[in-house]
Design a protein. Sequence first.
Length: 302
Amino acid sequence: ATEFILHGLTQDRTIAKVCFLLFLLFYTTIIFGNLLIIMTIRTSDLLNSPMYFFLSYLSFVDISYSTVSAPKLIHDLLMEDRTISFAGCMAQLFGTHFFGCTEIFLLMVMAYDRCIAICKPLHYTSVVSPRVCSCLVAASGLGGFVHSLVQTLLVLQLPFCGPNNEMDHYFCDVHPLLALACVDTYTISVSVAVSSGVISLGCFVVLAVSYASILVSLRTRSPKGRLKALYTCSSHITVVTLFFGPCIFIYLRPSTTFPVDKVVSVFYTIITPMLNPFIYTLRNQEMKNSMKKLWSRIVKRS
């Protein structure tokens, strides 16, 4: 096979037009919302803690992650021809898993940061130093690269001999591609489940342990201090739940595809990156104050 045909989200032309406007709005919100977070953090003197350092990289990854699949989805909603070349499909597969896995590791790093800040506040600046922050971000990217490379190489060794080259999805992912292979893919599907599913589940367990440690340490705090700490962590817990739930559902299972997979995939490729700017800003007074100052500077210059 030299190309694949993506079925997209829907075959109904009327629904497709509505979805086109909806997802165009979603993608625009992702770009401008996350760029606003990056600009605010980079230009503000108040947002220089490790938490905001990690948040700026999370926003960058969110933009990149959604850009891998969203423009193609939006384009295909209005087009009759929904083909994607073999090389383009493999690039989309690599990009999806690279940025997706990097985001998983970044969320885990952010949980570690909150755990140290709350459980060991006196040692926080020495444990989570700027050098350590940079190393953790680099390690997240390296982990995402290795994982994505493994996934892509597993798929590249498969023969796609057709004539069935139609994929019931809106982007190239492992399970839909395995369904089109001309050979038995049981061994590879197990490898995919181990690589993708175990990473998602393992990181989710680490996150759960981190927040369990936070809850245990909060028992000795005053009610006001306890409430403040929980308020700080609530945004991250919301993002983790929205991102990891669909990922675990999709990847922690044998190589089978369900019609609902497309809808579930929308949550972690588009909805969560879109909601992140709102989740991290609307509940954060420091971010809101810094955004107001940034807006004031922009207005004065104009």
